[in-house]
Design a protein. Structure first.
Ligand code: FAD
Length: 431
């Protein structure tokens, strides 16, 4: 995890976090560790149901991935893809899991509207470019399947028509997923935090949770400001989990991912690069995602390029190489911000929620957590409250500890390098 000189684009676009609470209560119904989307959304629902709730963040609310992400929202399909999901779980289950992504997206849209959160939600659709002809064929088949089985509106774009979607000849055509869009992630976080505080949630930050001890029916929560007795505890630390949130930490692999903002760019160049102002992605093992900023003046690029923990300049260089491959027009464009953050992967590539090792948790969104975290946190709160509507298609997938967890980030980076080499070889061999 590196913070050397990094600057997050979204920090310049929205105000500060609401003032934190001062006095630690002696007892509380629910203590939540982590003030990102998961922790704050769960807190909001629990407080509205009459629970006393304290949320603790080691830094500031939104310090983690929730204000570092690309703000791209959508059904978040599944990392295994249709073939992998069907092979692993059978077609009915694959349909249920992929359909759950659409439910999560509808939930996010309704949540933002109902709560009146001004977060620049723009449902622009997403163009996913194919790097090879074989990928174009495969993503075309996938798009037909999704349309037929879960009603996901999408359409193919041939290489000949590609310029209507993107100012680039790099891809061999692609697919438009009509139900994707973008938000300003920081505005979203601040909106949820404001609603949570209005509902009576106390946010303590900076206030790290140092340890948890089972204590009769409840739990003693040791924080940097003293101890609190909580009836229940929620771990919402996702990619920022560590020994202090051990029950979640042993189940996820935190991975660093980077981003940069390029701009400001002229309106003419923006219109050339993204004629429809869509979100963008690519079909590759190690892929780049990119999007215009909500004000349409800059582009944000993200992905897992270069080594973990790299400095700002090395990150900017790695990104420039990656985005110039798609957009040579940006060779001399200014990179205004570069930053990184932690995402949480799981061994089955699925997000999870539930009660494990005596605590509640939701996480492991595998890099697609804007839509999922808000949906999963709501489901988690309902489950804790014994309310209906808490079930998800992921419920009976076991959330198992990661084997050799300590070495898993290292193993993942070796795997990434191998995938990168495979991607590069495919590019070299394409006609
Ligand atoms: C660069 C980047 C780009 C991304 N882009 C996208 C995207 O475009 N679309 C998408 O869907 N997803 C994206 N994601 C993923 C998404 O941002 C996350 O899945 C989501 O924000 C997770 O939210 P969360 O609340 O679960 O965790 P986080 O927001 O990471 O919050 C965890 C919090 O826990 C706190 N914490 C940790 N330990 C303790 C402790 N002991 N005591 C107290 N507090 C503690 C941390 O300080 C942190 O604030 C991206 C992630 C990154 C890093």
């Amino acid at each position: 995890m590196t913070f050397r000189g990094e600057q997050i684009y979204w920090m310049d676009t929205a105000g500060g976090v609401p003032p934190g609470a001062d006095t630690l209560p002696a007892t509380i119904d629910v203590a939540i560790v982590g003030a990102g989307y998961t922790g704050l959304t769960a807190a909001l629902h629990l407080a509205r149901a009459g629970r006393s709730v304290a949320v603790f963040d080691a830094k500031v609310p939104g310090f983690g991935a929730s204000t570092r992400n690309g703000g791209m929202v959508g059904p978040g399909l599944h990392k295994l893809g249709i073939t992998g999901l069907t092979r692993t779980y059978g077609e009915d289950r694959a349909i249920a899991i992929l359909g759950e992504g659409l439910k999560a997206l509808s939930h996010l849209e309704a949540f933002v509207a109902d709560e009146g959160i001004d977060c620049d939600l723009q449902m622009t659709g997403r163009f996913r470019g194919a790097r090879t002809a074989a990928q174009y064929e495969a993503s075309g088949r996938e798009c037909d399947w999704l349309q037929a089985k879960i009603g996901l509106p999408s359409h193919h774009v041939s290489r000949a028509d590609q310029r209507s979607e993107i100012g680039s000849d790099f891809y061999r055509g692609g697919v438009v997923y009509a139900r994707d869009g973008g938000v300003n992630p920081r505005k979203l976080l601040l909106g949820i935090a404001a609603r949570a505080v209005e509902a009576g949630v106390q946010i303590f930050a900076p206030c790290a949770v140092m340890g948890l001890r089972r204590d009769g029916a409840g739990c003693t929560v040791q924080t940097a400001r003293g101890t609190v007795k909580a009836r229940e505890v929620v771990l919402a630390t996702n990619g920022y989990s560590d020994r202090r949130s051990a029950a979640l930490n042993r189940r996820v692999v935190p991975l660093e991912t980077g981003a940069c903002a390029v701009g400001p760019l002229s309106p003419e160049l923006m219109a050339e690069l993204t004629p429809k102002g869509r979100m963008h992605g690519e079909a590759a093992r190690v892929f780049m995602w990119y999007r215009p900023t909500p004000d349409g003046r800059s582009f944000i690029f993200g992905g897992r390029f270069g080594a973990g923990g790299m400095g700002v300049e090395a990150r900017a260089k790695a990104f420039r190489k990656a985005f110039c491959r798609v957009f040579p027009q940006l060779e001399a464009a200014p990179i205004s911000h570069t930053w990184s953050g932690q995402i949480a992967y799981t061994t089955d590539h699925s997000p999870h929620l539930g009660h494990y090792d005596g605590v509640w948790m939701a996480g492991g969104y595998c890099g697609s957590g804007v839509t999922r975290s808000i949906y999963f946190a709501t489901k988690l709160a309902r489950r804790m409250l014994g309310q209906p509507g808490s079930e998800t298609a992921f419920d009976d997938l076991p959330f198992k500890p990661v084997p050799f967890r300590h070495f898993a980030p290292f193993g993942a980076s070796i795997l990434m390098r191998k995938y990168q080499m495979q991607d590069d070889r495919e590019l070299r061999m394409r006609e």
